[in-house]
Design a protein around this ligand. Structure first.
Ligand code: FE
Length: 150
């Protein structure tokens, strides 16, 4: 897990525990850094082209920055001009979807399936083979390099 994402120890973070979490925001506020809390728990969006994983193509795995849930493999990442890290496929069963009518338009919000933190949105303008684009906030992701993954 990365430094300065947490202002206090995070007892919920695990890359192996699959148990669903139901942690109230007051508790997350004591643990998460203000920038991670704003995105993960208040659905803020980081500025385009600002995130560390936008222009980034190392081999490995992306995990939920809040809880450690495995979300995306680097072989599902693609270069998109949108300014946020983009993926065409999620790890099966790793995320939840929610209809989002904010900002006067209809979008599909993507949440972590383990801790229900906000990750970003999914759009239907992605590349083959899925045609979808998971448009994610870098701050919501933790990357772990792995030579085994393409
Ligand atoms: Fe999570």
């Amino acid at each position: 897990m990365e430094k300065n994402k947490f202002i206090n120890p995070n007892p919920y973070y695990s890359k192996t525990d699959k148990q669903k979490l139901n942690v109230p925001d007051e508790e997350w506020k004591k643990i998460l850094s203000p920038s991670l809390y704003a995105v993960a728990r208040e659905a803020a969006t980081e500025s385009p082209f600002s995130g560390k994983y936008n222009d980034f193509d190392s081999l490995g795995m992306y995990f939920c920055a809040v809880c450690g849930n495995a979300l995306f493999r680097s072989d599902s990442k693609f270069f998109s001009s949108c300014g946020w890290p983009s993926f065409f496929r999620e790890e099966k069963g790793s995320v939840l979807y929610k209809r989002d009518l904010s900002h006067g338009r209809e979008r599909t919000e993507v949440l972590c399936g383990r801790c229900q933190s906000h990750l970003g949105h999914v759009f239907h303008d992605g590349p083959p083979p899925t045609g979808v684009r998971f448009c994610m906030n870098s701050v919501s992701l933790d990357f772990e390099p792995s030579a085994d993954l393409e």
